[in-house]
Write a protein that binds this ligand. Structure first.
Ligand code: ADP
Length: 312
């Protein structure tokens, strides 16, 4: 028997009311279906306005779906909202705390909200896990932005959900803090928590997620293991430095594109299924240039993204 998915999304539709009189309603999700497997880090990727937050907010019970269905840990969000909600912890995009509570109180209040008896609360364990134990008695308003985000993650884990969802966890966050958050997410996943994160940072999805779904304009356009998705980029780029100034671009049938980027430097894009780097270099040499330096760039998720969305 195969393991049931952590989340099952089936033909999910969301139509928002028209923004003004005479305007059409906004179709934010146009029948999206995919499964989030248990135990991994799943990335929901898409440009701004794609429908990511709408989807997460439907799972969180904050937005009502117009059609389709969703199950969280086997519980239908419409038929069994209580159990569905108990199975998921959501870290919102925006930081909202009562500034006069301490991190310890924030977690205790949240536990109270879920009706967790004192003896079963995990406030200390969670604060230690997000490296905030030494701040347990500080006012939330005195925490740094990074500390607040870590506190939000602890807060989402208070009721020990098997699934943690992070909505744009690193939007507007500096490099160091991003690394810390990635570490924390990886740690939690290592402890068995299924993680779902939305992001519009391709690098984040590529580094962190083992599976990625891409939505664009409310439609699912990809849902694959990260490695497979990155492998879909067929184009490769080789930059060649030659021994004398280039008279103009060298175009060959084997190249998709050739661009002179510096007087002696040429960037050639080619389809790796049809051409090899060796062939590209031989063709450049056949134009009478000696090659002094070569760098190739591996295709990454950004290339796939551009291909799939037609962006860029
Ligand atoms: P993302 O999270 O991928 O940036 P959203 O889910 O926030 O995308 O938005 C998807 C689309 O739905 C956008 O066109 C957005 O303008 C629209 N939208 C989002 N929330 C509302 C709302 N409350 N009312 C009307 N339209 C909305």
């Amino acid at each position: 028997m195969t393991t049931p998915p952590a989340i099952r999304i089936d033909n999910l539709v969301k139509e928002y009311a028209p923004p003004g009189p005479g305007e059409p309603p906004k179709l934010a999700l146009k029948g999206v279906s995919f499964d989030v497997p248990q135990g991994g880090i799943f990335g929901l990727l898409g440009p701004n306005g794609a429908g990511k937050s709408t989807l997460i907010n439907i799972l969180a019970g904050l937005v009502n779906k117009t059609g389709g269905s969703a199950e969280i840990w086997g519980f239908d969000i419409g038929e069994n909202p209580r159990n569905a909600k108990r199975s998921i912890g959501i870290v919102p995009q925006e930081i909202v705390f009562d500034p006069f509570f301490t991190p310890f109180e924030v977690l205790e209040n949240q536990a109270g909200f879920y009706g967790i008896p004192r003896s079963e609360r995990r406030s200390e364990e969670l604060l230690r896990a997000v490296h905030l134990w030494d701040k347990k008695d500080a006012y939330a308003r005195t925490l740094s932005g990074g500390m607040k985000r870590r506190l939000l993650i602890a807060k989402a884990m208070v009721h020990s959900p098997p699934i943690l969802v992070l909505d744009e966890p690193t939007a507007g966050v500096d490099v160091e803090l991003r690394r810390q958050l990635w570490e924390l997410v990886t740690e939690l996943n290592g402890q068995g928590v299924t993680v779902v994160l939305t992001t519009h940072y391709l690098e984040e999805a590529e580094q962190l997620c083992d599976r990625i779904a891409i939505i664009n304009h409310g439609e699912l356009i990809a849902d694959k293991p990260t490695r497979e998705l990155v492998g879909m980029a067929r184009e490769k780029i080789v930059a060649v430095t030659v021994d004398k100034d280039l008279g103009g671009p060298i175009m060959e049938e084997a190249f998709t594109r050739a661009e002179v980027v510096e007087p002696r430097r040429l960037e050639i894009t080619y389809d790796r299924d049809r051409t090899s780097a060796g062939q590209v270099l031989a063709l450049v040499q056949s134009h009478g240039y000696a090659i002094e330096d070569v760098t190739t760039r591996e295709a990454d998720l950004e290339d796939v993204f551009v291909q799939l969305t037609g962006a860029g």
